[in-house]
Design a protein around this ligand. Structure first.
Ligand code: NDP
Length: 244
């Protein structure tokens, strides 16, 4: 029996990309899933497809920037499955542009989703994990959380923050809570669809010409979860082989 079998896993941003691929992989390995995002039609289709294939999934519409919605998501997970073993804080937004473009609304949105969203998820599940004396927080940072490139200053800042939070959770885990920081390079998803700056879009198209599939990241997340309880995979960086 894998160490994933029967674990209760919340995935934010499960309606597309890495979240969806991870949901499918963990369901195949016997996890009990609570899938969250804003687009209900996508969540419903994914949940139905997992359950039809013999997996176990439920969904709840939740905006990660809404603290009450995140608490309701955690409460619903406990009500449905009785416990919360893993939170995959995956929901994220990348809107690249040079700072001079002053896309302040985009800065706000990235800070709200990528940083506050991770914190609200943490706040919602931490008391339960403390009560259980076990839990696992998996945060989606990025290669951009390790290095900065032109046009990505604010996105990078949010992903550096995610890395800091992952490390903080690890240091304060009291030997009860595992913390994993996942840092993907270019992966083919809907992430680049939200870029509004033409120059940044062009640079992203170039970078993403070598993008790999979401399954690569799903495998990394699966690896971290399936380790024995006394093993905490703290950090994984996964780049396309062809990415600089
Ligand atoms: P997608 O754009 O495909 O997925 C993003 C997900 O986040 C969607 O499911 C979206 O769902 C959800 N989301 C966005 N805003 C909110 C919100 N306010 N509340 C709840 N859910 C929200 O991109 P990826 O799958 O690529 O991104 C997943 C994570 O991986 C992100 O954190 C991203 O920064 C990170 N990452 C991705 C890389 C890549 O190259 N793809 C590289 C490095 C890191 P909905 O719109 O339905 O709410």
């Amino acid at each position: 029996m894998s160490d994933i079998m029967g674990k209760t896993v919340i995935i934010t941003g499960a309606s597309s990309g890495l979240g969806e691929a991870t949901a499918r992989m963990l369901a195949d390995k016997g996890a009990r899933l609570m899938l969250a995002a804003r687009r209900e039609d996508r969540l419903k289709t994914l949940t139905d497809s997992i359950n039809a294939a013999g997996g176990e999934a439920s969904y709840q519409v939740a905006d990660v920037t809404d603290r009450n919605a995140m608490q309701a998501l955690a409460d619903q997970t406990r009500e449905t499955y009785g416990r919360i073993d893993v939170l995959i804080a995956n929901a994220g937004l990348m809107q690249l542009a040079p700072l001079d473009k002053l896309k302040v609304d985009e800065w706000d949105a990235m800070i709200d989703i990528n940083i506050k969203g991770v914190l609200y998820g943490l706040a919602a599940v931490l008391p339960t994990m403390r009560e259980q004396q076990s839990g696992h927080i998996i945060n989606l940072s990025s290669v951009a959380g390790h290095t900065v490139f032109p046009g990505a200053a604010v996105y990078s800042a949010t992903k550096y923050a995610v890395k800091a939070l992952s490390e903080g959770i690890r240091q304060e885990s009291n030997g009860e809570i595992r913390a994993t920081n996942i840092s993907p390079g270019a992966v083919e998803t809907e992430l680049t669809d939200h870029i509004t700056d033409p120059g940044a879009q062009e640079a992203a198209n170039e970078l993403y010409s070598v993008a790999i599939g979401s399954d690569a990241i799903a495998r990394a997340i699966t690896y971290a979860i399936e380790q024995p309880g006394d093993v905490d995979v703290n950090e994984l960086i996964i780049r396309p082989t062809q990415q600089q």
